[in-house]
Design a protein around this ligand. Sequence first.
Ligand code: KMH
Ligand code: ZN
Length: 279
Amino acid sequence: MEKLIITAAICGAEVTKEHNPNVPYTALEIAIEAEKAYKAGASIIHLHVRKDDGTPTQDIKRFKECIEAIKIRCPEVIVQPSTGGAVGMSNAERVQPVELKPEMATLDAGTCNFGGDEIFVNTENIIKEFGQKMIIFDVKPEIEVFDKGMIDMAIRLQKKGFIKSPMHFNFVMGVNGGITASPRDLVFMVESIPQGSTFTVSGIGRYEFQMAAMAIIMGGHVRVGFEDNVYIKKGVIAKSNEELVERVVRIAKDLDREIATPHEARVILGLPKRKTINI
Ligand code: KMH
Ligand code: ZN
């Protein structure tokens, strides 16, 4: 089995210091969390950014500042900005970080309920627009899938030229309004992606480590982090994203799966070679 790519979703857009005081807001806090997660075994940092007071933003200058702060501490790590942002943001606002030409960025593949009255809107035209922009700026999309129909949308848009092949998916499982975090549904998702694709699994909340174990066994990759879950175990707040990554590393080692370095992750994901990787 190929080595395991661990993504750390260190910040998110919805989780706050009220949920866990260790959620990073400032560029310095974000860079410190990224470095700790990287040193623990993460090769990708999935990145949302905040204003200093914690308000989510997709401001390109803030992304640049945070990415540079991360790259000073861990130049090797792959930084994957979000184009999902926070529920309710405009498309123009969300897509900004793609213009920084990061190696990867997320591409959300459909609309879904997001708990309560929240709706995370990704129409077909938004996905086409973001996908095309990622092709122009040479950014590999991580296709965010909250339900099975979003896989079908991605396959259709790949055939129409809006997404390049091979595709890399992230199955986000357990959102209130998305697919459940169950073994049956994970098997269904894995069997639904085209041959040659890669996949990561993000289990939300208490499902984080159960889904991680299943992904490891099935040859997929794993995402953990405060964006998805703030607890290291039931009722115990994690001190850092590092703790969450360390737990995945322990599970992987027990299951005889080695951990990929960022360089190995680039090879597995087929990221294009760049002379310099500043961003
Ligand atoms: N914050 C969610 C509404 C992504 O990063 O692309 C969307 C999200 C997905 O987090
Ligand atoms: Zn995200």
